[in-house]
Design a protein around this ligand. Sequence first.
Ligand code: DLL
Length: 429
Amino acid sequence: MFWDEKTETLPKRDLERLQLKRLKKTLSQVQNVEFYRKRLHEAQVKPGDIRTLADIQKIPFTRKQDLRDGYPFGFFAVPIHEVVRIHTTSGTTGKPTVVGYTRNDLNTWAHLIARNMTMVGLTDQDIFQNMVNYGMFTGGLGFHYGAEKVGMTVIPSATGNTRRQIEMIQDFGVTAVHCTPSYAMHLAEVAEEMGANLESLNTGLFGAEPWSDSMRAELEKKLGVTAFDSYGLSELFGPGVAFECPERDGLHIWHDCYLVEIIDPATGEVLGDGERGELVVTPLVKEAMPLLRYRTGDITMQIEDDCLCGRAKKIARITGRSDDMLVIRGINVFPSQIEHVLLRIPEVGNQFMVYVDRINHLDEMTIDVEINRDYFSGELQDLARIQKKVVKELHDTLELRTTVKLVEPGSLPRFEGKAKRVIDRRSEM
Ligand code: DLL
């Protein structure tokens, strides 16, 4: 099923023509952003130099660090009063990355989500429960407005209280759910414990973190749903970037709105179809915050095939990151954020180790950190105080519950070369 069949199935030539027109418009919009005026001037690229889509390779990449440096509104291409919504995504040193949307952007975003949901067969007959964070995370309001656009009955249940979530699924006859795959697994287990009947459910939309095909099989069995992968990032249109169609062998990225390149993350060289590398995206329809050649950090490849659903070229499911970002229960965490927090706490040293495990299908992060004897009385009570303080400070910055273990000074490994402070023991990926 299509939300916007004509656009979703544009013949290649028409699509490329549209992309070029929109790319040129984007190039004129970025002139309102000082960062891009400077960047393009330095690279000696004038808007008139971009005559074909391939000419985009003349433009330098934009990195997440550039956005951080522009904190808070340095990348807005419109006056602040035209920005009607702000979202943020986690940063490396406490400051988040800010993204803004105009009224038109919000409308575009809702349409993209409506395309995703219609593509997998959801209609205004569906009852949809959205079990993700409704705050700064783009998955909450993003899916919410898209589902309303389709005309579904939307339950903005957000996160938490799993038993209540399950009761609502049963009582309201919910047909479709959206959450992170790890939360879906937890939900399935609690439902089993409760002896709940989830037979009204038939569709699961899962994303915001990597998940494997074996996890898909287990979720489908436990929840009785067909499960679809949803990919996106705050800097583009949140989850309105790429989505699986019923074929479920890759994700359709909305080419009329995003110009896609895959590059070798080490050299920046543009790779061909079927070659795995980092996804680089130039959004083509964003007003408030246009970006040029944005490096997502996500590893995938373009798949050139004629999908049975009739839509254009897909990308493969994300298999990893080109940087050290961890995705823990859908929340992005950089090891440098942890370091930053620990440096502020005199009671602990700055050596640390992070262990990531998947326990009962939920990501759990444990941080070992050395106690600083100068600030520690040696009493057990003091140990508990320090531990609580570290957990709280980490939570304030990462918005994530962690387990903190205080260890003897000098007991953690020291690294001579590149530090390897993160041990990811999740076996799924
Ligand atoms: O996670 C947007 C989203 C919300 C996507 C709901 C899907 C569903 P951020 O918080 O900015 O945005 O995190 C973006 O999460 O660069 C990937 O590394 C990772 N990620 C998102 N979806 C997937 C997925 C949202 N399906 C970052 N598979 C991205 C693997 C994913 N990784």
